[in-house]
Design a protein. Structure first.
Length: 306
């Protein structure tokens, strides 16, 4: 177990216990329906969503990703000039989660990663000189949470398994790596353009829109995607999400894994020429379009209303 300490912090004391925990670390915690603080943590939320969280919730609510994002989330910038993130929107004029009911979470089986982890925090750490990320954990102790006083003990690995986090973390790994890589690349990469932020947002969070883009004729003209992947992403949300992470690694960090068709540029130019030729032929057939002077238009309407 490693300690980390924030000295002379100008901020109020953090509820995060300053100790790095490992999967085998034993914690004491139990959250259940009969506990006095039941629902307390859902009354004041600050929950960031992963792409897999969105995928699960939109499916649960039988909505498209675009509809879900609009109704239940708001976008935010994770780092200054950095990457786009998405948070759950609380109830109108309040701080409680919109999925909270008297009986508990109404989307429990599909609740987001952050809700599953609480009161454990996942930390991805990259040490100086290392080119891989280590995962460590920390525990968050807030006064309102009485689960820490319950007698049950279990390791963090057991807790993650119980909360279904192995699957959630596995399926969000590609997204986490993109964020960490962007953070460690720092300002040398420069301020991302609005377009690249939008691209990141659509690919990671608005999966249905990304599907339209990734299966369009224009995309296919540019990228040479393996036929099995091309077929799979038409219907399989998880395959589409993973393909999106792969595409972003290529676009953001030049990690080439999807070949660009050598003739892509010529094809685009040929299409443009073709469009121009069609327009020329139309003009040739119908002759130049005659414009009517404004005065005549006014006259015309004047007569019609007379
Ligand atoms: S999604 Fe469920 S568990 Fe998470 S904050 Fe909302 S009500 Fe609570
Ligand atoms: S024990 Fe903690 S996590 Fe469980 S309901 Fe109470 S405040 Fe929420």
């Amino acid at each position: 177990m490693e300690d980390f300490e924030v000295k002379d912090s100008p901020f109020p004391p953090s509820p995060v216990v300053p100790q790095l925990l490992q999967p085998e670390t034993v914690i004491q915690f139990h959250c259940h329906k009969d506990i006095a603080c039941f629902n307390a943590c859902c009354k004041n939320i600050d929950i960031s969503l992963t792409p897999y969280d969105i995928l699960r919730l939109k499916k649960r609510l039988n909505m498209s990703s675009g509809e879900f994002l609009k109704a239940y989330t708001f976008p935010y910038e994770m780092e200054k000039d950095g990457i786009a993130g998405v948070k759950l929107k609380p109830v109108e004029g309040g701080t409680a989660c919109r999925f909270m009911t008297e009986q508990g979470c109404s989307v429990y089986e599909d609740r987001p990663t952050a809700c599953r982890y609480y009161p454990v925090g996942l930390l991805s750490i990259r040490r100086q000189g290392e080119n891989f990320d280590r995962e460590a954990y920390a525990i968050i102790k807030e006064n309102h949470c009485l689960g820490h006083n319950e007698a049950r003990q279990l390791t963090i690995a057991e807790y993650r398994k119980e909360q279904g986090l192995e699957e959630y973390d596995e399926l969000s790994r590609g997204w986490r790596q993109l964020i960490l890589k962007k953070k460690s690349a720092g300002p040398t990469v420069g301020k991302p353009s609005k377009r690249s932020l939008q691209m990141f947002f659509m690919t990671c969070y608005d999966l249905d829109q990304f599907r339209d883009f990734a299966t369009s004729a224009q995309f296919n003209d540019l990228y040479e995607v393996e036929p099995e992947t091309r077929e799979k992403i038409k219907t399989d949300d998880i395959a589409l999400m993973q393909f999106g992470f792969r595409l972003l690694r290529q676009v953001m960090f030049n990690e080439m894994s999807i070949p660009i068709r050598p003739d892509a540029l010529e094809k685009r130019l040929a299409r443009k020429r073709e469009r121009e030729q069609i327009l020329d032929r139309i003009v040739e057939k119908i002759g130049p379009v005659e414009t009517v002077p404004v005065e005549e238009l006014e006259d015309k309407y004047k007569h019609a209303s007379d």
